[in-house]
Design a protein around this ligand. Structure first.
Ligand code: DC
Length: 238
């Protein structure tokens, strides 16, 4: 199938709990694009590893066993009345992958070369026809280095921890604010310093610091950028 020439790829990268997913989802809905939460894919692989005894009590991951198992892990997204749900081997794991336990184990899993290779290939297949908004850490740098629109989202660790804390409470998985903040800071460190596809801004990404922005302001900011980029593309195609 060929890509619709008017559709583009939107890559939204940034720190954990920076609100990327909320704004990416809204942009995709407004544009009629597909939304892919790449972090959910790393979380689903982590859940699989936890459920199959591949993560020890001390948190170390059995890399060999997980690499072997990757061919038996199928991740997809189902659209439900409550929104998009992550499916792991046909089972809805949307709620489970958001737990603090999965959050605590996901960074070492996401640092494994074979895991990144498998998920990057699948993410590229999702975007083969364009018309996609994908959020994550390495979408603009590794998954879609040629994406037409790249955004790098950031906010202070305290603001992000507060948002995640409220989200966990709403999901019925309460934890202390201090634990959530510690998790945010630790994940930032692992994401930024890992060897495989570390979190970094692509040279051609536009920074969005949303520490003091409302959701509406962020939505408008993104839509304005999208309109500017697509009109530039259309202008240069004339
Ligand atoms: O966005 P999130 O917090 O749901 O992401 C979960 C973890 O997955 C996070 O620790 C970083 C990792 N991740 C990644 O390494 N690459 C991506 N493209 C997306 C997420």
């Amino acid at each position: 199938m060929t890509a619709d020439k008017n559709k583009i790829i939107v890559a939204i990268d940034g720190y954990s709990s920076s609100g990327k997913s909320t704004m990416a989802k809204k942009l995709a809905a407004d544009l009629g694009y597909r939304y892919i939460d790449s972090g959910a894919m790393y979380r689903a692989v982590t859940l699989f590893a936890m459920e199959h005894g591949m993560i020890s009590e001390s948190g170390s991951v059995d890399e060999t066993a997980l690499t072997d198992a990757l061919r038996n892990i199928y991740i997809d997204f189902a659209v439900t009345p409550e929104g998009q749900h992550t499916m792991l081997n046909g089972v809805d794991v949307e709620h489970l992958i958001r737990s603090l336990e999965v959050s605590n184990h996901v960074s070492p899993v996401a640092a494994i070369h074979s895991v990144r290779q498998a998920l990057t290939a699948q993410q590229q297949r999702f975007g083969a026809e364009k018309g996609i908004v994908m959020d994550g850490r390495d979408i603009g740098t590794t998954v879609f280095p040629n994406a037409e629109m790249k955004v790098f989202v950031t906010a202070s660790p305290e603001k992000r921890a507060r948002r995640r804390f409220i989200e966990l409470q709403q999901n019925g998985t309460p934890s202390s604010y201090e634990d959530v903040l510690a998790n945010v800071i630790e994940r930032d460190h692992i994401d930024e310093t890992r060897k495989e596809s570390p979190l970094r801004k692509a040279d051609d990404a536009v920074i969005l610091d949303n520490s003091d922005m409302s959701l509406q302001q962020q939505e408008k900011w993104l839509m304005d950028l999208y309109n500017r980029i697509t009109s530039e593309i259309n202008g240069s195609n004339c």
